[in-house]
Design a protein around this ligand. Structure first.
Ligand code: FES
Length: 201
């Protein structure tokens, strides 16, 4: 007699349920908007940042200006002023009745007139403009308000209240005339009588 055989064991494959079809991928959830407080902080930061930058720039400029001012105070510019004394030539180089204008940039006219040479200031005694020498009219005429001065420097028309001033004039060791602008002579004060205000020729 043959022994009953055990029923064949079920294989796992036979018992497994068929695999479910893969679920379609879920769409990504929309990005959450930044919370309001974060956005506000961002705006504030940007604003504060820009204001801070402006304030920083302003402060840097102010400090820079102060430092520059201090440096300029400690090391002031050395003004290179023209010398107050300068030579204008030998007395016999000047012609009677002529006004020499080549020293006008040094605020000076050299004039030989009636046997003397003198150095006139080119500053109008009204408000400080520079008159022009008009050879044909034999007068200095101020373009600002019309004052007129004779060849001697004496005022005779317009608002100028007094004559032009003379600078000091002398003969140097080499025989040349030397103008000295540190000395000033005013006719209305009787100073044109001083021998330092002219050179006799
Ligand atoms: S400044 Fe020369 S007339 Fe006034």
């Amino acid at each position: 007699m043959s022994e009953p055989t055990n029923p064949p064991a079920e294989t796992p494959a036979a018992t497994a349920t068929p695999p479910k079809p893969a679920a379609p991928p879920k769409p990504a959830p929309p990005a959450k908007a930044a919370p309001k407080s974060t956005a506000r902080r961002g705006v504030l930061l940007a604003l504060f940042g820009s204001w801070f930058a402006v304030a920083w720039l302003a402060m840097t400029a102010a400090v820079g200006g102060m430092v520059l001012g201090t440096v300029r105070f400690l090391f002031p510019n050395v003004l290179s002023e023209p010398p107050s004394k300068f030579k204008v030539g030998l007395p016999d180089q000047f012609e009677d009745g002529k006004v020499v204008e080549r020293f006008k940039d040094q605020n000076t006219w050299i004039v030989k007139y009636n046997g003397i040479i003198y150095a006139l200031s080119t500053t109008c005694t009204h408000l400080g403009c520079t008159p022009n020498w008009l050879e044909s009219a034999q007068k200095f005429k101020c373009p600002c308000h019309g004052s007129g001065f004779k060849i001697t420097g004496v005022n005779f028309e317009g608002p100028a209240p007094r004559p032009l001033e003379r600078w000091g004039l002398s003969v140097g060791e080499d025989g040349q005339l030397v103008v000295d602008k540190s000395k000033k002579f005013q006719k209305e004060l009787g100073q044109w009588d001083s021998s330092e205000s002219y050179v006799k020729v």
